[in-house]
Design a protein around this ligand. Structure first.
Ligand code: SAM
Length: 261
């Protein structure tokens, strides 16, 4: 795909989806169908590097996470691992973290994991963590509400990236920050080897373990459609972020988009 074609891309487009509503519906159904095996697949297919990426992302926001009373939203939280990584780095019990997702099945697993974790932890030392069923393009929160918004491997699935960025900017307070963690496309020799893995091996293994064929073909296609870092950063600026940067993780296999209002 050349850069002119990517420029026209404004959101995810699962096979068969013709507009924003049908794309969102297809994405929700897809994640609901793989929810029972999602965690296992994530760890197997990423060789557990996903844990390192969530940790690095959370660490980037230590200053905000350790502020008393800080309000954090993890968008497209799925089964909750990004939100748990954020919670681990808070020190103030007055901090509040919300995980939001529009797939009830994914949230249910997040909630079960959260209950198990809470039993092992001293609640007096960590932030509260709650889950809310919500569409990232229509967030049920007032303007200027959050200090930090993160999204791990979720933003790419939105049916309209610019609307998603505007919604994030709306609910962030002035000076608030966002971190969007997602896959990238590494270059060079490593990129060539990785592409074979990502486009051929990963969909095959994903299909066998999940028992569903669509999602793991959709994954590489959605990464290919996603704007390149330069374009994504300019979309963030257009949405109102005063500062924006991209940090590659693991040779660019993934990367963090950081923005500050
Ligand atoms: C690949 S999973 C990522 C889950 C988790 N953040 C992680 O790092 O494992 C993507 C999640 O985004 C959610 N999602 C996609 N579009 C959404 C939208 N418009 N609103 C809310 N959640 C959405 C899906 O339901 C799914 O749970």
């Amino acid at each position: 795909m050349n850069s002119a074609e990517k420029q026209r891309t404004i959101g995810s487009a699962p096979a068969g989806a013709s507009d924003r509503e049908s794309a969102a519906k297809a994405v929700r159904e897809m994640f609901t169908s793989i929810a029972p095996r999602y965690d296992l697949l994530n760890h197997v297919l990423s060789f557990n590097i996903d844990r390192l990426w969530w940790w690095r992302t959370a660490r980037r926001f230590d200053a905000i996470l350790q502020r008393p009373g800080t309000r954090v939203l993890d968008l497209c939280c799925g089964t909750g691992d990004m939100a748990f990584a954020l919670q681990r780095r808070t020190r103030a019990p007055s901090a509040k973290i919300l995980g939001a997702d529009f797939s009830h099945a994914m949230l249910q697993r997040a909630s079960e994991k959260g209950t198990r974790r809470a039993e092992d932890k001293n609640a007096a030392t960590i932030a509260s963590l709650r889950w809310v069923e919500a569409d990232a393009l229509r967030l049920p929160f007032p303007d200027r509400h959050f200090d930090l918004i993160t999204s791990a491997f979720g933003f790419r699935n939105l049916a309209d990236y610019d609307a998603g960025l505007r919604e994030i900017a709306r609910v962030l307070r002035p000076g608030g920050e966002c971190g969007i963690l997602d896959f990238g496309e590494p270059r060079g020799m490593l990129g060539a080897v990785y592409r074979v893995y990502f486009k051929k091996v990963l969909p095959a293994i994903g299909t066998v373990i999940s028992g569903v064929s669509g999602p793991y073909a959709y994954l590489p296609a959605s990464v290919e459609r996603f704007p390149a870092p330069d374009e994504m950063l300019s979309r963030m600026k257009q949405a109102g972020f005063a500062e924006a940067s991209w940090t590659p993780y693991t040779f660019g296999v993934a990367g963090l988009y950081w923005g500050k209002l």
